[in-house]
Design a binder for this molecule. Structure first.
Ligand SMILES: Nc1nc2c([nH]c(=O)n2[C@@H]2O[C@H](COP(=O)(O)OP(=O)(O)OP(=O)(O)O)[C@@H](O)[C@H]2O)c(=O)[nH]1
Ligand SMILES: [Mg+2]
Length: 132
């Protein structure tokens, strides 16, 4: 039995309702697929601290306001993840892929046109049902 990897995931929503997505670098787990930016929670960090750090490191934005969205437990053949997913409703800065990743803004409906890792289907469902 392997350990569950705790991952902080950010669903960054812009004023016009579009959602930020980024393409995972080819060499990583699930490389080439689209994702919501984020990464592993490190020892001694809260999930909110991890999310702020990851969004700064990966897409150069500062989180200003967030709310819990959903927690997804998923077993991939090679690892188990807990995607601790937050809706980011205010941020500063203009997102860019700091590690050379492609980024895009998608409408909630348009998310279906992108290929995500399997675990993300449940996140997309949660985004579709969220109000306000
Ligand atoms: N960030 C992110 N990770 C996801 C998503 N969906 C999903 O299955 N994962 C999985 O969660 C795991 C951890 O994410 P990560 O690789 O971004 O972690 P990280 O930024 O800390 O990278 P690192 O390994 O360089 O430290 C990966 O196995 C990844 O495949 C998603 O939408 N966003
Ligand atoms: Mg990451």
């Amino acid at each position: 039995m392997s350990r569950v990897i705790h991952v902080a995931v950010g669903v960054v929503r812009r004023g016009d309702g579009k959602i930020l997505i980024a393409r995972r670098p080819k060499h990583l787990h699930m490389g080439g697929l689209w994702e919501f930016p984020g990464g592993k929670v490190e020892a001694g960090e809260t999930v909110q601290q991890a999310l702020s750090r990851e969004l700064r490191e990966e897409v150069a934005i500062e989180v200003q306001q967030l709310q819990p969205l959903v927690e997804i437990r998923h077993e991939y053949p090679e690892k188990s993840v807990l995607l601790d997913t937050w809706l980011v409703t205010a941020f500063s800065g203009e997102p860019e892929g700091c590690e050379g990743q492609e980024t895009a803004w998608a409408t909630v409906q348009g998310l279906e046109n992108y290929q995500f890792p399997d675990a993300n289907q449940a996140i997309i469902k949660a985004i579709q049902t969220v109000e306000n």
